[in-house]
Design a protein around this ligand. Structure first.
Ligand code: DX5
Ligand code: ZN
Length: 225
């Protein structure tokens, strides 16, 4: 699978009272490829954010494909609803999933891409066979739960391993990274083989979110030259 340069702004750092406008701020032809939606349940992670009703509304408010990152317990029960709500990609956590192969099959049957995420301390090795059923791999480069944390470069070894498995045809996956991606860290992630870059604070904390998306994509493409 050819390497991609997808930018997925995370609305975790956006103004939750103005989500439609915040989505529009990163829209347009050279804007966000995916809109990353962080669902947190205050159990799998200490934080609480938003859930299915908000995703349903957001789906109607923007044309940007929704990339739902479920940081929740029991995704076996809840993930399917996000696919049925029209999410483009639904990512569950490997640490929370009871039967990750069944989850992937259900998500795909409901018309979504299936994503598997690993926390910084979770090794990839145990999931290589499971990942044959998935479309995206989300490598966490911070402990999930909060935006604005510092990038953990040690997770790039997992990115390199995943990239190798994709480039040698063992897996067919979009390799995605999430946490601490900004102008200072995006290049090392690009060099390690990431296809899709989630960025929350780097996009929404500044004055011009659309410009930040374009700048990140430019850095990714330049780093690969
Ligand atoms: C953290 C979330 C991230 C978060 C990233 O648990 O999964 O998507 O929004 O925020 P930044 O880019 O600020 O690290
Ligand atoms: Zn996320």
């Amino acid at each position: 699978m050819a390497r991609q340069a997808l930018i997925a702004p995370s609305i975790l750092s956006a103004d939750f009272a103005r989500l439609a406008e915040e989505a529009a701020a990163v829209g347009g032809p050279d804007g966000a490829d995916w809109l990353h939606v962080d669902v947190m349940d205050a159990h799998f992670v200490p934080n609480l954010t938003l859930g299915l009703p908000v995703v349903k509304s957001l789906r109607k408010a923007t044309e940007i494909p929704l990339d739902c990152h479920l940081m929740i317990e029991n995704p076996d029960r809840w993930a399917i609803g996000y696919a049925e709500a029209g999410a483009y990609n639904v990512t569950v956590h490997a640490e929370a999933a009871g039967d990750p192969v069944k989850i992937a099959k259900d998500l795909r049957a409901a018309g979504a891409k299936a994503g598997l995420s690993v926390k910084p301390g979770t090794p990839l090795e145990s999931y290589v066979d499971v990942l044959k059923h998935y479309d995206t791999l989300l490598v966490m480069s911070v402990e999930p739960g909060f935006g604005g944390q510092s990038f953990m470069p040690e997770v790039l070894d997992k990115v390199r391993t995943a990239r190798r498995l994709v480039d040698t045809g063992h897996l067919t996956l979009v390799v995605e990274i999430d946490g601490g991606i900004n102008a200072d860290t995006v290049e090392q992630a690009a060099e390690a083989g990431v296809d899709c870059f989630v960025a929350g604070s780097a996009v929404y904390d500044g004055k011009d979110p659309g410009k930040a998306v374009r700048a990140l994509r430019r850095q990714v493409l330049d780093a690969r030259r």
